[in-house]
Design a protein around this ligand. Structure first.
Ligand SMILES: [Zn+2]
Length: 43
């Protein structure tokens, strides 16, 4: 599966190993998926 990553530099999400905006290496944002799925608005 594809991992969602988040760039700590510009707060943008990416599926690649480099941020498309600032070319920084993004951090793993997998935990964000859990938060989003458990959010009340996602029903
Ligand atoms: Zn970035």
């Amino acid at each position: 599966m594809t991992k969602l990553k988040k760039c700590a530099q510009c707060n943008s999400y990416t599926l690649k190993n480099k941020c498309s905006k600032c070319k920084k290496e993004p951090k793993d944002a997998h935990y964000k998926f859990i938060k989003i799925r458990n959010a009340p608005n996602s029903k």
